[in-house]
Design a binder for this molecule. Sequence first.
Ligand SMILES: [Zn+2]
Length: 173
Amino acid sequence: MAMTDAQHAARLLAQRAHEVGRSSGQERHGLLRWLGCWRLTRSVTAELDMPWRDEASGERSGWRQRTAYSDGEFAFGVDYQVCRECGLGWVEQPYTVPEFERCGLASAGLAALRAEYPGLAWHTLGGHFAESRGFWAAVGAGVTGAYEQRRLCPHVSRAERREARPAGRSWPG
Ligand SMILES: [Zn+2]
């Protein structure tokens, strides 16, 4: 099956998952020279402008979301939470936009998180649907914790409750 432009861009993006929210001009120059191909150069430039980002989760208060954008388009996101005290990390609901699927974005994003928080055991909060078991087995191979289901530790759930308290919210209007 031929790779689409989107999939090609997503594969290159997956290779840069360790570069979060920054790109230096110098790096870009070197890459462009190395590639020496205008068409590729253009797509790589677009990716450097839209790197991986670390954002607040839109769904879970107190959680972060690691995201990847390809050409300004949201391509991948996974919620995560860590507790250094317990040496635990959780990831939840990795999601890849269908046109960018099977390009390694999810496994690259998870690997980048593990590299940024070394020494943690990694888990998921919820159970795994039957269709995602193969994915978790693949990305969890050799990973401490193996992304097996595990409840949040008290430190993290306390922080969640604190942030979720309605009194702390302000409503527009
Ligand atoms: Zn903890």
